[in-house]
Design a protein around this ligand. Sequence first.
Ligand code: NAP
Ligand code: F7E
Length: 321
Amino acid sequence: MKRTLITGITGQDGSYLAEFLLQKGYKVYGLKRRTSTESYENIKHIQKEIEFISGDLADLSSLIHAVKLSKPDEVYNLGAQSFVADSWSQPVYTAEVTALGALNMLEAIKEVKQDARFYQASSSEMFGKVVETPQKETTPFYPRSPYGVAKVYGHWITVNYRESYNLFACSGILFNHESPRRGIQFVTRKVTDAAARIKLGLQTELRLGNLDAKRDWGFAGDYVKAMWLMLQQEKPDDFVVATGKTHTVRDLVETAFDHVGLKWEDYVVQDPAFMRPAEVDLLLGDPKKAKRRLGWEPKVSFGDLIKMMVDHDLKKYGQTS
Ligand code: NAP
Ligand code: F7E
């Protein structure tokens, strides 16, 4: 039985990856940080099958303990302060968890279990103010937020530990991926939740920032498979994971509101409070290398993804209101 340690197990990706690896017969250990109120919402259906280890990415000693205890064949470092907007108000914390957290995890592996394979959750936010379109593995980075800068550090320290210590360490440069388990602050979930609430008479307006930003949005359930495939290859490498299609936030709003039979212009209000100090205007990934080398392809289209999320939110409120 293969053993895995997942950081960020309570998050969107951690929950889909844990599900996927349990189905493959893995013994799953999840690093769980201490919080005053426990939140197992995303993993409640598989909670009993996971062995939780208390720890925090900012605490190297806890990661050493986690690696000693779990003796993992594969480590997936998904834990992070992952909300871009908050990285301006909490830049130091974001660096400590999102950047140095990756270093801490690599150090723990180097010191305790050098043959463990390592996946780093890198991000299209590293491309930021893009220097070419579409963005691929060789596209230079130009991050536009403290989060993006922290992820650039996480990416390069992963490459560096691979080259310095011969670790099997991979960096997955994932473009935006969403699902009904997406946190409510992120724009897709904020929009699908609002469309459902407005349809059900629970909310009257939706306040948003930049409607012109373009993102390459895919389904999280598809993307965790690419993470696993990277660690099954003969040699460690870095891969872009994306759909190869881009849409504006305006397209997203229109798709969600259309699905509930409403005209979005009647409800959406632009609010400067949701504008960012520096914006990433356009992301569009080129997933050819992942397709060629991993045999990976996204299955869920943008339209189906947004409808899946709206339907989930309608059901959630329909059942409780
Ligand atoms: P998410 O839902 O925000 O989950 C983040 C996870 O990190 C949560 O389990 C959280 O635990 C945990 N965490 C936060 N601070 C921690 C700390 N100090 N120590 C240990 N764990 C900590 O994020 P996601 O969307 O699943 O994304 C997974 C990873 O991929 C993240 O690294 C993210 O930056 C990266 N990424 C995401 C996307 C995307 O579109 N989703 C794209 C590219 C890269 P709590 O539950 O306790 O908060
Ligand atoms: O914003 C615009 C906003 O917060 C998307 C994270 O998973 O993906 C995510 O980062 C776009 C931006 O995601 C609102 O300005 C407009 O242009 O959903 P988001 P993100 O910043 O792209 C990357 C790949 C990651 O790695 C991150 O961890 O939507 N936008 N109005 C808004 N965004 C939000 N959140 N809220 C609004 O009201």
